[in-house]
Design a protein around this ligand. Structure first.
Ligand code: C2E
Ligand code: CA
Ligand code: CA
Length: 683
């Protein structure tokens, strides 16, 4: 039992009546053993006569010589340290049953221990002990157990005042006077426990507890009982420290719910978190937006720069997403290069896609990946809560449809869900399915669009453009299936077919003695297809074509270093005799520096620049002078008017392609055009 002693008053005995020897003899006559123990020396400093009897000592001098520290167990040592600490802090005494082993014989003592300040200022232990004969072995053992156990056991009044703490509880508490509810880092935990014990007489909880060693996780079991001394209702609390276990569990839970690479949430608890955020939105009458974000050409980065660079890119993107998101938002990595953000809209939010737009803006400047500046393209699809869906599944599905749309259209990268997307997606899925059959059944045809001189309209070349002769849907334009074929990798097979057809056609033109070149479009993906170069190398001998009369149209992205070995591949193709032409020039990232490093034979100016050429055409003039410096031919694409053609002719652009001269036409039409031209020339 712990109790306050209060300040002890000095004994007032008249010096003339009682001398110190008398006092000493009184001590010796007491039936209580009294001794003073030196914490530091672990020896008895002084003891009365009863102590000598209890300790089986022949004299005080002999007792003082005993080294009590010699066979002291660590737990007793720890308890003594705890006592000294308690005495320093407060004037307290403890009543406990101890078993001592003087000369090996167990002696059960009912002890009262208190602090005694020595003359040199140190704290010593004053012990008063009575032999304890009447206790049952059971009681003795339980008292011992209570002393030694690491379980913290304490008793509190109904008002939370401490009545008792065992050694472990004393060692842990911040102060002996700490009330029940004061121990809790979160007062709500104490309240929860007390409410439950009120109802059910017992309760259990793992809570954060303030201890002398900082805040720790304790598992507390609390029971309603009665104080054995006063008979008043009380709470018996037993606690164990579960910090390690709890932290391991928390870490395991964190690992299970987070992506290790980026530290973002993973799919596991996504539903829970989304439910929470939508609940918040609904309760506060707020709206929320669910964004799905996908990186463009992530596979290309992985393949060409290595997985470490791919990882660095994913980390960079997640860091940016975290930066932009507000504290309550959900930011998760769904897997691969796909991310999810659920953003709670503040009242009076700007536009419905402002968050997605700021995301895109954050990626407008090139990003440093693995020490290299890279353009990182994003596609974003989003759906609003509640307008585009109320349930999580529905919002996810709708955002996914919008993302699909964003991915298939290079000009709109942040797209909101719309009902018509379902139909579009179904069409796409159907196309994807049908494409494989189209390859097996040879459902493709090539149309040819002539390239003519701006000065005299003579046809000097033609571009092969693919069409899909779908058995039910009729002729399908490449815009509707080439991106899908690129996505699925089917473009490699389709592209190989195009190359073979063009080679045969060129051989035919040669035989007919038509001095006309052909060009074909090569997707970036084809260049990294290991079968592509061997195919191109075999075509001249296989078909009899002249590779110098065939131009391979590649896009600027190929030259920007995203494709592994692009430089080598192009060099081999060039060596084999093919011409290399840059298609859609000017729509890429306009980094002209790379042009020097590549074996470029020609440039095709994108239709976009030709459209308003007649009102200035400064960019086209620039491209023309650049091409001249490089010694590259220039073809202007998408020429639809006579004015455009005249402008080109006047400004030194000799070649053009466009509806003005002819739309792409089937092979036989193209051949008859050439025949007519030859006949006219002959006359
Ligand atoms: P592209 O290589 O830029 O081809 C030019 C596109 O512009 C063609 O569309 C052509 O019909 C169109 N065009 C030509 N002159 C005019 C004009 O005066 N006005 C307008 N408004 N348009 C004009 P098409 O045939 O639909 O091809 C679209 C794209 O599909 C091509 O763009 C090319 O990127 C791709 N493509 C076509 N055939 C193939 C192929 O065999 N392989 C690969 N990988 N891609 C192909
Ligand atoms: Ca082209
Ligand atoms: Ca083009």
């Amino acid at each position: 039992m712990t109790s306050d002693n209060g300040q002890s008053k000095p004994v007032s005995i008249a010096d003339d009546k009682v001398d110190l020897d008398l006092l000493a003899s009184i001590y010796d006559r007491l039936d209580t053993a009294v001794w003073i123990f030196d914490f530091d020396l672990k020896r008895i400093l002084w003891a009365n006569g009863k102590t000598l009897e209890v300790m089986d000592a022949s004299s005080l001098a002999e007792l003082q010589l005993r080294d009590l520290g010699a066979d002291m167990s660590p737990s007793v040592e720890k308890r003594l340290r705890q006592y000294r600490h308690d005495f320093w802090n407060r004037d307290v005494s403890f009543s406990e049953i101890w078993t001592l082993y003087p000369k090996g014989t167990p002696k059960v003592l009912q002890m009262v221990m208190s602090g005694l300040r020595l003359k040199d200022g140190r704290m010593a232990l004053l012990c008063e002990a009575r032999e304890h004969h009447e206790q049952q072995p059971e009681t003795l053992r339980s008292a011992e157990a209570l002393l030694h156990t690491t379980v913290m056991i304490s008793l509190f009044t109904m008002d939370g005042l401490p009545l008792y703490r065992n050694t472990a509880a004393r060692a842990a508490c911040v102060s002996l006077a700490t009330r029940f509810e004061e121990q809790f880092a979160d007062p709500k935990d104490a309240q929860k426990l007390l409410e439950q014990v009120e109802r059910e007489r017992t309760s259990k909880l793992v809570a954060r507890i303030k201890t002398g060693a900082g805040t720790r996780w304790h598992e507390l079991t609390i029971r309603a009982c009665h104080d054995a001394v006063t008979g008043q209702p009380a709470y018996l609390v037993s606690e164990i420290d579960v910090t390690e276990l709890h932290e391991t569990k928390e870490r395991a839970q964190y690992l299970a719910s987070h992506d290790t690479l980026t530290g973002l949430s993973n799919r596991t608890y996504l539903k829970e978190r989304l439910t929470q955020i939508l609940k918040t939105a609904s309760e506060a009458n707020q709206t929320a937006t669910l964004y799905l974000v996908d990186l463009d050409d992530f596979k290309l980065v992985n393949d060409s720069m290595g997985h470490a660079a791919g990882d660095a890119l994913l980390q960079l993107v997640s860091a940016k997403l975290k930066d932009l998101a507000c504290p309550g938002d959900v930011v998760a990595r769904l897997g691969g290069d796909e991310f999810l953000i659920c953003h709670l809209e503040k009242e009076g939010s700007q536009s419905d896609d402002w968050f997605g737009q700021s995301l895109l803006n954050a990626f407008t400047p090139p990003q440093l990946i693995d020490g290299k500046a890279k353009h990182v393209g994003l596609s974003i699809g989003f759906a609003h809560y509640p307008e585009d869906g109320i349930k999580i599944d529905q919002l996810m599905r709708h955002a996914d449809l919008a993302l699909y749309q964003a991915k298939s259209n290079p000009s709109t990268k942040c797209v909101r869900y719309h009902e018509r997307m379902k139909r579009l997606r179904n069409e796409h899925l159907a196309i994807r399915k049908d494409l494989e059959q189209a390859i097996r059944e040879y459902e493709f045809v090539l149309h040819y669009q002539p390239v003519a001189f701006t000065g005299n309209d003579r046809v000097v070349a033609a571009e092969a453009l693919i069409r899909w002769q779908h058995p039910e849907q009729g002729l399908i334009r490449p815009d509707q299936f080439v991106p899908i074929a690129e996505e699925t990798g089917l473009i490699n097979e389709i592209g190989a077919w195009v190359c073979l057809q063009v080679a045969h056609m060129q051989a035919r033109l040669q035989k007919l003695k038509y001095p006309v070149g052909l060009s074909l479009n090569v997707s970036p993906r084809q260049l990294s297809d290991p079968l592509f170069v061997p195919l191109m190398q075999s075509l001249p001998s296989e078909t009899g074509c002249d590779p110098s009369k065939i131009s391979l149209e590649i896009t600027e992205t190929v030259l920007l270093g995203d494709i592994a070995n692009a430089h080598e591949t192009l060099a081999i193709l060039k060596e084999t005799g093919y011409q290399i032409v840059i298609d859609d020039f000017g729509t890429g990232y306009s980094n002209l520096a790379y042009l020097h490093n590549y074996p470029i034979d020609g440039i095709k100016i994108d239709r976009m620049f030709v459209e308003d050429i007649t009102s200035g055409g400064e960019i086209v003039k620039l491209i023309l002078s650049l091409a001249k410096a490089l010694g590259a031919d220039v073809v202007a694409e998408g020429v639809e008017t006579i004015d455009q053609r005249s402008w080109l002719s006047k400004n030194g652009c000799n070649l053009y392609q466009g509806y003005l001269y002819s739309k792409p036409v089937p092979e036989d039409r193209f051949l008859s055009m050439l025949r007519t031209q030859m006949e006219l020339a002959a006359t």
